[in-house]
Design a protein around this ligand. Structure first.
Ligand SMILES: [Zn+2]
Ligand SMILES: [Zn+2]
Length: 309
């Protein structure tokens, strides 16, 4: 976990991207070309198409290189499935930045098999192959804290999944992310769509990645470095720690909150705040980290990555 917020310290500009989406190459309803076209039209700078990496669909890592244009890029990826969670269901891991020839796990479908690769092993293999790996939709999965602890190689937790918000009102990953962060685990926080285009499950949660160029390589390096924030709309323009306070600059907000471990949280409220200063005293002794949440008048949120205190 960084000791400064990499998103605001790193050089470059912010690029808007969705890290989790599906096409007709697995259980989505639009072709890969159409999914890319829709994200491009909506003003996204990049997309990771992450179809389900199971035998049922021929272990797809969809070649989205032909869909790249001036101003829009793609990162190859997949949603990986192997091994059982404590509830007996199969793991879902998001892997962004996989090589096209990533070796299949033994995952014929969404039923866990005796002796197949563990989720921890699969995550470690994806990281070794160059991917940015996230624990997908913890609340939707019914993931336990022990499950999440076990996947030590993951870079991030999906803290907001828009498809899970729309489809079953179970969008959250922040509760489990905070528990892991309180234990000192280094993690980033991502918001995604998990778009299948079967319902209004798209354009609801994304990452803003700070990089010097909108290229797959630069974006992937920035993701791994935690140089991004997640949002449903509000902009985080700067988050800075001084000796005594957290200084936040953002698009117009009604609430700015600093959260830490356990019950540690301080909020300020206003009508169209674009800056806020929150004292660090509540966090210094009790929390190994803090993070920032901004809420606008429509109830949309933006979330910083955590920073070590
Ligand atoms: Zn999933
Ligand atoms: Zn998915």
């Amino acid at each position: 976990m960084p000791t400064r917020l990499a998103a605001f310290a790193a050089p470059g500009q912010f690029w808007r991207g969705n890290l989790h989406s599906h096409s007709t190459r697995s259980d989505g309803v639009l072709s890969p070309e159409e999914v890319c076209a829709r994200y491009m039209s909506e003003g996204y700078d990049f997309l990771a198409l992450t179809d389900h990496f199971v035998g049922l669909w021929g272990y797809p890592i969809v070649d989205t290189v032909p869909m790249r244009t001036r101003g829009f890029t793609t990162i190859l990826g997949a949603e990986l499935h192997s091994g059982a969670m404590a509830n007996g269901e199969v793991w879902h891991l998001l892997a962004v930045g996989l090589p096209a020839d990533f070796a299949p796990s033994d995952s014929p479908d969404f039923t866990p098999r005796e002796g197949q690769e563990t989720a921890a092993g699969l995550a470690a293999r994806a990281v070794a192959a160059g991917a940015f790996v996230a624990i997908a939709h913890p609340q939707w999965s019914g993931l336990t804290l022990a499950d999440a602890r076990g996947v030590a190689a993951a870079h991030a937790v999906e803290v907001y999944n828009h498809g899970c918000a729309i489809g079953c009102d179970r969008p959250d990953g922040m509760a489990i992310a905070d528990l892991l962060l309180a234990e000192g685990r280094a993690l980033s926080l991502i918001a995604t769509d998990d778009a299948h285009f079967t319902e209004p499950d798209h354009f609801g949660g994304w990452v803003m990645v700070k990089a010097e160029a909108n290229t797959p390589e630069a974006l992937l390096a920035a993701l791994k470095a935690g140089a991004f924030y997640s949002t449903q709309g509000p902009e985080l323009r700067n988050v800075r720690l001084t000796a005594t306070a957290v200084e936040v600059e953002c698009s117009a907000a009604v609430t700015v909150i600093v959260q830490g471990a356990g019950t540690a949280a301080v909020a300020v409220h206003g009508r169209s705040m674009t800056r806020a200063s929150i004292a660090l005293s509540r966090f210094r002794r009790t929390s190994p980290y803090l993070r920032v949440t901004v809420i606008d008048a429509a109830g949309k949120r933006a979330w910083s990555n955590p920073v070590v205190l």
